[in-house]
Each structure stands twice: as structure tokens, then as C-alpha cells.
Design a protein around this ligand. Structure first.
Ligand code: EPS
Length: 384
């Protein structure tokens, strides 16, 4: 399976093409639209989210609610286009001057992009913008629907925002996840949620922006997705690539994460057990469900760190691209905090990687072929 996206933040629309989905797979547009709505929510979003009401258009590769096996083309319109058409149009009479950006924002793609592509900053920021993640959520939602049909479940939670950490109960059952889903901040700790609101208010007053820490979990994945045999087939490597490609993500860890470097081996590795009829499992999950680049049958658990958004209403110093004068960085309308929105994006890019790994292990042209191979494999695992 593969996909590509195209589209600028203030362009006409976002476009995605997916190839390699099995035929006969039931796809719900409502589920995609619900994920798009979730991505738009969350405290700290800026004025743009009041303009957009994202909805996917399913253009090809699907008939009567079922995939046909042909490439799926998706579109999401930018409502803001009507305010930007004169500036963003492909036509030769486009207004290239009035929203030109010559003062790159530290932390953004602005400067490296302008140097690399020999252009003013607008051509860079329009594509670097996290607007593009709307399409990645739509694409990921289709992958997630394949996984749901196979019984794989993906959950996510925010663990920290701007230095405020949610406390973990250690016993995260259904009522805990219910709380996370209902929380504006996607956290399971309501005391921390209160502090996050205060931190956001303070950041707004100070012209600051906030990052955070996020966690995604994948449940009911059998052992054997990914492979140890080649560097680019390792499941953790693929997840890292997908997660770090999301705007503002600066790091990823699995299971125990960086603490694994602090402990001796006996306090890191997960002892193995075997139960008749249930197969192999572990007494702990410090590995985060992946060993040797392969899923090991335990839940896959990853954490990612998101930096604060680079657009600051109290901007940092920069250098004007032409005059070389020291000036303040440009202030584009932006979000103060997009951590809960980014969680929705991470869940969906993770869904894509897992679905891709499933289809690599069980190549199939139709969903029924996939389901049969999946069920047989899972049954065999219990009999080894
Ligand atoms: C973004 C800047 C803001 C965000 C945008 C990402 O957009 P605008 O410049 O239009 O105010 O709202 O995010 C989205 C549009 C979105 O859909 O998430 C940026 O510079 O990355």
C-alpha cells in the first residue's frame, strides 16, 4: 500500500491518493469525517479552525460503500481558499507580493526551505503547514477501518502539555479511556486538565506556544508484523518515520523509552511465558510490543514529543532574507497549542503503518482473502 498527498494550506483543496487497498472493504465516510472533526478540535487552536469544517470527498476507488481495488482518490476542500484565491492561484496574474514572507520564523521550515528552493517563504510555509495533516487523517482513517475490521484497536492519550504532566493510574481500563475520550485535552487525569487550561491561558497572555508529550497504543496485533531481515522493513523504524514526519514532532520512543538506557538488562527485557491455548506472551511490556523490528504480540506502545508551534505572537529575532537586517520573525495567524489535534494525527499515521505491515505480511486483492489469511495465521500462532 502507498499514498501521497498534495495541497497547500490556503490552496484550493487537499488531495490524497491511496493505492493497494484490497477490494470489497467497507469504508464509512462518516467515520472519516468524524476523525476530521476530532482533528479540528482541542484547546489552543487559532482562528482558522472556525473557518474550516473538514469533510472528505471520496472521488474514486469506491462504489456502493465498498472499495473496488482501484486507487482511491480523496479530496478535502479549504474553505479559506475564497480569501486566498488571488494570492494562491496557479494563474499568471496571481498576487505574489501582498502576502510575501521575507522574515523566516525560527523553528519553522521557513529558512531551510527558502535557502533550498531559492524562493520567498510563502511557497515553503504553505506546504509545510500542518493543514496537510487533515489529508493524512483521512487516509489513515481508511487504514484504521481495515484494522478495525480485523479486530485491531488504536488508542491515544496526551501525557503532558507545556510542562504539565498527567498522572497515570497504572490501571488503564475502559472507564479510564472513556475519560480520555471525553476530555478536551485527551488526558485521563482531570486535575492535570485543569492545570493545562491555566497553562494555555498564561501562554496566550505571553504570546507563547506550547508543545507536549503524546502516546499511541495499538492493541490486538499478533506477533510477526515487520521484519528483522532488512533495515527498511523494521516496524519500529517505519513507525518512527511516520510519526516524525508529522509537523512539530521531535522525538519518539517505544515502551520504557529512554529509561531503558538507565536500567540493567534484567530490569528492561520482558520475561516470556506460555499458556496452553493462549500461546506466548510476556509478564511485562517494556519493549512496547516490538522486538527485532517485529511486533511480538503485546500491545504496541509509543510516545512522541511535540515541540511548541514556531509562530510566536511575541516573535523571536530573525534576519530579513533580502536586506539582512535583524528584525522580528513574521507572525502568521496560528495555533497556541495543537497537542490534542496532533494526537488524532498520530493515531492515524500509526494506523497507516500497521495496516501497511498487515498487507505486507498478508498480501491480498480482496478483503475476504485478507481476513482468511489473518484468521488462519492467528489460529496457527496459538498452536505453535
Ligand atoms: C498552521 C497555521 C494555521 C493553523 C494550521 C497550521 O493556519 P492559518 O495560517 O490558516 O491560520 O490553523 O492548521 C490548519 C489549517 C489545520 O487544518 O490544522 C501552520 O502554519 O502550520
Amino acid at each position: 500500500m502507498r499514498f501521497l498527498t498534495a495541497g497547500e494550506s490556503h490552496g484550493q483543496k487537499l488531495v490524497g491518493i491511496i493505492e493497494g487497498l484490497p477490494a470489497g472493504m467497507k469504508i464509512s465516510k462518516d467515520i472519516i469525517d468524524e476523525a476530521l472533526r476530532e482533528r479540528q478540535k482541542g484547546p489552543g487552536r487559532g482562528g482558522r479552525m472556525a473557518i474550516e469544517q473538514d469533510e472528505v470527498q471520496l472521488v474514486s476507488g469506491i462504489r456502493g460503500g465498498l472499495t473496488t481495488g482501484a486507487p482511491m482518490a480523496l479530496e478535502i476542500l479549504n474553505r479559506d481558499w475564497e480569501n486566498w484565491e488571488k494570492i494562491m492561484t496557479w494563474r499568471e496574474d496571481a498576487d505574489l507580493e501582498s502576502r510575501k514572507v521575507m522574515t523566516p520564523r525560527p523553528g519553522h521550515a521557513d529558512l531551510p526551505g527558502a535557502l533550498k528552493y531559492r524562493t520567498e517563504v510563502r511557497n515553503i510555509l504553505e506546504r509545510a503547514s500542518a493543514r496537510e495533516t487533515a489529508m493524512r487523517v483521512a487516509v489513515g482513517s481508511i487504514a484504521r477501518q481495515v484494522l478495525t475490521a480485523l479486530g485491531v484497536e488504536i488508542r491515544g492519550q496526551v501525557l503532558a502539555v507545556g510542562g504539565v504532566h498527567a498522572e497515570r493510574t497504572g490501571n488503564e481500563q475502559e472507564d479510564y479511556w472513556q475519560r480520555v475520550r471525553q476530555s478536551d485535552w485527551s488526558v485521563g487525569d482531570s486535575a492535570a486538565e485543569q492545570l493545562m487550561w491555566e497553562r494555555l491561558k498564561q501562554a496566550k497572555e505571553q504570546g507563547e506556544s506550547l508543545g507536549g508529550l503524546l502516546e499511541v497504543q495499538v492493541h490486538q496485533v499478533p506477533a510477526g508484523l515487520g521484519s528483522h531481515v532488512q533495515w527498511d522493513r523494521k516496524l519500529d523504524g517505519k513507525l518512527a518515520q511516520a510519526v516524525l514526519s508529522v509537523q512539530a514532532m521531535k522525538g519518539i520512543s517505544f515502551g520504557l523509552g529512554f529509561e531503558a538506557g538507565e536500567r540493567p538488562g534484567s530490569k528492561v527485557h520482558d520475561p516470556i511465558r506460555y499458556v496452553e491455548g493462549q500461546g506466548f506472551s510476556r509478564f511485562s511490556n517494556h519493549a512496547g510490543g516490538i522486538e527485532g523490528g517485529m511486533s511480538n504480540g503485546e500491545p504496541i506502545i509509543l510516545q512522541a514529543v511535540m515541540k511548541p508551534i514556531p509562530t510566536l505572537y511575541q516573535p523571536l529575532d530573525t534576519v530579513h532574507l533580502e536586506t539582512k537586517e535583524v528584525v522580528k520573525a513574521s507572525v502568521e495567524r496560528s495555533d497556541v497549542c495543537a497537542v490534542p489535534a496532533a494526537l488524532v494525527v498520530l493515531e492515524h499515521v500509526v494506523a497507516w503503518v500497521i495496516a501497511e505491515a498487515v498487507l505486507e505480511k498478508f498480501p491480498a486483492d480482496s478483503f475476504s482473502e485478507l481476513k482468511t489469511a489473518w484468521d488462519d495465521y492467528k489460529r496457527d500462532l496459538l498452536q505453535i
